[in-house]
Ligand binder design. Sequence first.
Ligand code: SF4
Length: 452
Amino acid sequence: MDLRPVGRQFFIRTYGCQMNGHDSELMESILLSYGFQPAKSEDTANIIILNTCSVREQAERKAIGRLQRLARRKKSEEDFYFGVTGCMAQNLGLELFHCVPDIDFVIAPRRIHAIGEVLRRLKNGERQIYFPNESVETSENNDVLYRRKVIKASAFVTIANGCNMNCAYCIVPKTRGREICRPMESILHEVQFLVEKGVREVTLGGQIVNFYGVRKIPFKNGKSPFVQLLEKVHSIDGVDRIRFLSPHPSGFRDDLIDCYSNLPKLCPHVHFPIQSGSDRILRAMRRPYTRQMALKILHKLRRNIPLMAISTDLIVGFPGETEEDFRQTEQLFSEVDFDMAFIFKYSLRTGTQAAVMDNQIPEIVSEERNQILLKKLAVTSYRRNRLFIDSRQPVLVEAPSTKDPAVLWGYTPHHKKVFFHGPRKLIGQIADIKISKATTCALSGTLADELV
Ligand code: SF4
């Protein structure tokens, strides 16, 4: 299909989570397969895609500001197209054509495979094309057809899309819809394909990844469908490392905890989004677990795997959060000794249950609580990182540093970022690095042996 007359250079600006990053990668692959080229910058592109996030209202406002600037550019440039994909496309839908009348396309997260079709229709003179999520059974099975024109050593593999949870602060169930899981065979086929292209690490992704398949695939010998999938991915030759993102604490059972002992390729790092240390707030957030349940899981993980790295998401200033609730979060924070934490000040999100709750917390209080946890995090992450000094770590090398091209960086199995001097031929390989220094957010060291 010849789409060249519709401009050739595209630029995708990605906002939000890793799922969005993955969707952008997929659209990039589709556009490359249609003969388009990535532009070096937004200024030199003929097609601009904003792959948006709706988690924060502020992010949507910023994206609309950017779209309005693009609309002004469209008036002065021929053969220029721009549009929105991602969560905001579903959340605001047709309203976007009213906010920004010159916008060319709006494509919801489950329809991003349509990007090629959209460009074809634009070429034929159509304008204002809208693809909502509705009536789509799956968005992911087609991935294999297009994927990975862009291959890196580490690949994100979406295993499920959407969410069946009902967290009071979250817009995702509305924007991405109810959870749809890919068939296991399709996932394994994709992992096999990636490994043959040189991928060494796969991250299995979904909004509630550890609930994968629970409504369709039976448990086997007490093992959940997700654990069954992990075992199958583990058995694929060429996969060196497995990660997953993001699990839900209430789906973290012993069969999954045991995987960290039984599956050596499963990296000793878990992202465990605990959100609050107060049971009262967890209930208000509609998170179906207690502080005690979460602590039990984390203690078990650290007991089984002593250096287990644990990261988390926390929200401070959720409506009704008292000093006592926050004190419990603070106390949990100290008890777990997180390697890393993404601490968010609660921000009101229209369309969620929390937006209409009483007792919204003043910004000044949220900010104060945020600063308290950030200070604690600086101490704990530095202490956790120092545990690796003088050890040798297998680092999957990703890229040269932007500050100094002679320096490379990559990740250890514990998901610690490591900087070191080394030849570029190591990119995509696992190098053996002797760690000599730690900061709050990274490690650095020297090359011991080139390859592990
Ligand atoms: S589990 Fe909760 S926070 Fe996560 S995507 Fe689903 S609704 Fe949102």
